[in-house]
Design a protein around this ligand. Structure first.
Ligand code: FES
Length: 150
């Protein structure tokens, strides 16, 4: 067993290349990043070269090699959300958290990300905090949503 203890995650998935994304997703959820030490284990389990694991891990923005904040705030910048004011939400989020998109606050509490369409255009504009979707979102609601006063 490796230092990060992912045996239970691997045991839940069949050892094949098709399981790669789901395994990485589970690891990301547990550790809030993909510890490099786990990737060789994943490669071995799925029977693929380590380079294949890296190429999948770097392709999807949901995966990260650096630890994300306790709260991850994602702002959808897809077309539907963009025309409904996503840019204003982004600016408000950057102001409220004091960080730019793609960053984590120095206390490790918040990460801010912008993402492409998350498939909930009917609810545009959309903000996702951890796994929870918030639709028809207004910038003024952000402070409360993130627990930063008001
Ligand atoms: S563009 Fe934001 S959910 Fe589709």
């Amino acid at each position: 067993m490796g230092a990060f203890g992912i045996d239970d995650i691997l045991a839940r998935h069949v050892g094949q290349e098709q399981s790669l994304i789901e395994i990485l997703h589970d690891i990301q959820l547990r550790f809030r990043h993909l510890p490099q030490e786990t990737l060789a284990e994943v490669a071995g389990h799925c029977g693929v070269p380590l380079s294949r694991v890296y190429s999948v891990a770097t392709f999807y923005t949901a995966f990260s090699f650096t630890k994300k904040g306790d709260t991850v705030c994602r702002i959808c910048m897809g077309t539907a959300c963009h025309v409904k004011g996503a840019q204003l939400i982004r600016e408000e989020a950057e102001k409220v958290l004091g960080i730019g998109a793609g960053r984590t606050t120095s206390d490790g509490k918040y990460s801010l990300e912008v993402v492409n369409c998350v498939g909930a255009c009917a609810m545009a504009p959309v903000v996702i905090v951890n796994e929870a979707y918030h639709g028809k979102f207004k910038p003024v609601e952000l402070k409360k949503l993130l627990g930063r006063g008001e």
